[in-house]
Design a protein around this ligand. Structure first.
Ligand code: PMT
Length: 410
C-alpha cells in the first residue's frame, strides 16, 4: 500500500466499517476514533437500525467521509457500490455485528448496502458480533459464525459480562482495542502479496486402472483452495492447480484442472516458472497403475494391480528452485507425525512443511478444519490448534511472507 504513484511512503490503511443495529452501535464512534488514532482512514456504512444508536452525522464528522446507508429492502444504487467502496477498502470490519447481519452474510443475502458490499468484497473481513447471550448461544448464530470463519472472516468473539438488557453471559461487544488490532492486521494483510505470483496445488490425483476405474484418495481440495483464496485476498496473482474436486474455486484465481500426478507435475512446473511462492497442498498419488488397461477389466478375468512410482513433484520443484522462490510442502501422516514430517522436510528440501494427521475425523482430509504442525525453516516443530482451514492458510501466509522478504525477487 503506497501513498500514490511515485510516492513509496505507505498510505493509511483503509477500513470500511459496517455498523449494524444493536445497542453496542453507540460504541462505533469510539471505535472510529481509535482506528483514526492508529492512522487508519475509515469510511462507515450504517444499517437503518444502527441509526437509532449512532447518527450518521457523528460518524461522518469522525471519519471525514459521508456515511453510506440504505434501508433493508432497498438495493443500493449501483453507483454507491461502484464508487469503489469495495475497491477502496483494504479491509471490511463489521462492529457490532448483530445476529441478523451474521445470518445475512452467512446466507449470501444482499438486499442492503452492507450485505451487498460484503458479498462483493474479496479482501479480509473482520466481524465483531454483539447480541443478547441467548441469541449468541443459539445454534443458528453459531452456525452462521462458523460459516463466516470457514470463509476466512476473522471473528472477534463477544465478551462475557452484564449486558444492557440486564442479562449476563457472552454477548458483549469485544474490547475496542481487540477490534482495532484485528482490523489493522487485516488491512495490512490485504496487499502484502501485491504483485506476487503464488502457485498452489490442491485436491487428489486420480491414477487410471482402466477407462472406468482409478486409484485416488479422499482429498477434497479445501486446504489448497483456502490457501489460494487467502493469497488472492492479499493481492497475489494465484495459479491453483487442482485434481478432481467438487468445491468451487475461489474468485479471481487462475485454475488449472488436472487428473493424474503426471498432469499435476507438468502444470506445477509451468506455474513455478514465474511463481515466487509454491505450495504443494495436493494429495498426489505416490504410485500409479503400470500401463492402464485400454478396456474395462472384466470381473471374470483374474487381475492384479502392478504399481509404478510417480515423480515426486515437490522434490523436483525444490531441485529446480528459482532464485527468490519460497517452496512449501505438506505432509499427511497417520503416526509419528513430527518425526516423519521433519524427516520429510529434510528429504524434500522445502522451506516450510505443514504436517497434518489424516487418521482422525474433523481434521485433515475433507474436514473444514485442520490441526497442523508447522516444521519451520530451522526444522523446529510448531503445533497449531485446530482451526478453520482458511485460518491455517492465513497463518501459513504470515509465515511465508517474511521468507519472501528475505529473498528479493530475481
Ligand atoms: O484437500 P483436503 O480435503 O482439504 O485435505 C487436505 C490434505 C490433507 C490433503 C492436505 O492438508 C495435505 O496433507 N496435503 C498433502 C497430502 C500428501 O500428499 O502428503 P504426503 O505426505 O503424501 O506428501 C508430502 C508432500 O509431497 C506434499 O506436499 C505432496 O503434495 C507432495 N507430493 C507427494 C507425492 C508426489 N508424488 N509428489 C508430491 O509433490
Amino acid at each position: 500500500m503506497t501513498a500514490g504513484p511515485g510516492d513509496d511512503r505507505p498510505r493509511a490503511p483503509r477500513i470500511l466499517l459496517g455498523v449494524s443495529g444493536g445497542i453496542a452501535a453507540y460504541k462505533a464512534a469510539e471505535l472510529v476514533r481509535a482506528l483514526v488514532r492508529e492512522g487508519a482512514e475509515v469510511r462507515a456504512i450504517l444499517t437503518r437500525r444502527a441509526e437509532a444508536f449512532v447518527t450518521p452525522l457523528t460518524l461522518a464528522t469522525l471519519t471525514g467521509h459521508p456515511v453510506e446507508r440504505t434501508e433493508f429492502g432497498e438495493p443500493p444504487s449501483p453507483s454507491i457500490l461502484h464508487i469503489d467502496l469495495v475497491r477502496w477498502a483494504d479491509a471490511l470490519v463489521v462492529a457490532p455485528a448483530t445476529g441478523n447481519v451474521l445470518a445475512r452474510f452467512a446466507r449470501g443475502l444482499a438486499d442492503d448496502l452492507l450485505s451487498t458490499v460484503y458479498l462483493a468484497f474479496d479482501g479480509p473481513v473482520v466481524v465483531a458480533p454483539a447480541m443478547n447471550p441467548r441469541m449468541w448461544d443459539h445454534p443458528e448464530t453459531r452456525e452462521n459464525v462458523a460459516r463466516l470463519g470457514h470463509r476466512g472472516a476473522v471473528i472477534v468473539p463477544p465478551e462475557e459480562g452484564f449486558l444492557a438488557c440486564g442479562d449476563e453471559g457472552a454477548g458483549r461487544l469485544a474490547p475496542l482495542e481487540a477490534i482495532v488490532a484485528e482490523a489493522l492486521a487485516a488491512a495490512r494483510r490485504s496487499s502484502s502479496l501485491d504483485g506476487v505470483h503464488v502457485a498452489v496445488s490442491a485436491g487428489p490425483t486420480f491414477e487410471p486402472i482402466d477407462p472406468a476405474r482409478f486409484v485416488g484418495n479422499r482429498s477434497s481440495g479445501r486446504m489448497g483452495f483456502a490457501i489460494a483464496a487467502a493469497a488472492r485476498a492479499r493481492g497475489a496473482r494465484v495459479t491453483l492447480v487442482h485434481g478432481p474436486v467438487t468445491i468451487t474455486p475461489p474468485w479471481g484465481v487462475e485454475t488449472v484442472a488436472v487428473r493424474t500426478a503426471l498432469e499435476m507435475r507438468e502444470a506445477m512446473h509451468e506455474a513455478a516458472r514465474t511463481a515466487r511462492v509454491v505450495v504443494m497442498a495436493a494429495a498426489v498419488a505416490d504410485h500409479r497403475p503400470a500401463g492402464p488397461a485400454e478396456r474395462k477389466i472384466s470381473r471374470k478375468e483374474p487381475w492384479s494391480l502392478e504399481l509404478v512410482p510417480n515423480p515426486d513433484i515437490l522434490a523436483e520443484l525444490v531441485a529446480a528452485r528459482r532464485p527468490g522462490q519460497v517452496i512449501v510442502g505438506f505432509a499427511a501422516e497417520t503416526h509419528d507425525l513430527v518425526e516423519r514430517a521433519k524427516a520429510k522436510k529434510q528429504r524434500k528440501g522445502c522451506d516450510l512443511l505443514v504436517a497434518n494427521d489424516v487418521s482422525g475425523a474433523g481434521s485433515g482430509f475433507e474436514a473444514d478444519d485442520n490441526r497442523v504442525t508447522l516444521i519451520d525453516e530451522q526444522g523446529r516443530a510448531e503445533p497449531w490448534p485446530l482451526m478453520p482451514k482458511r485460518q491455517v492458510a492465513e497463518r501459513l501466509l504470515d509465515r511465508i511472507e517474511p521468507l519472501l522478504a528475505e529473498r528479493p525477487a530475481p
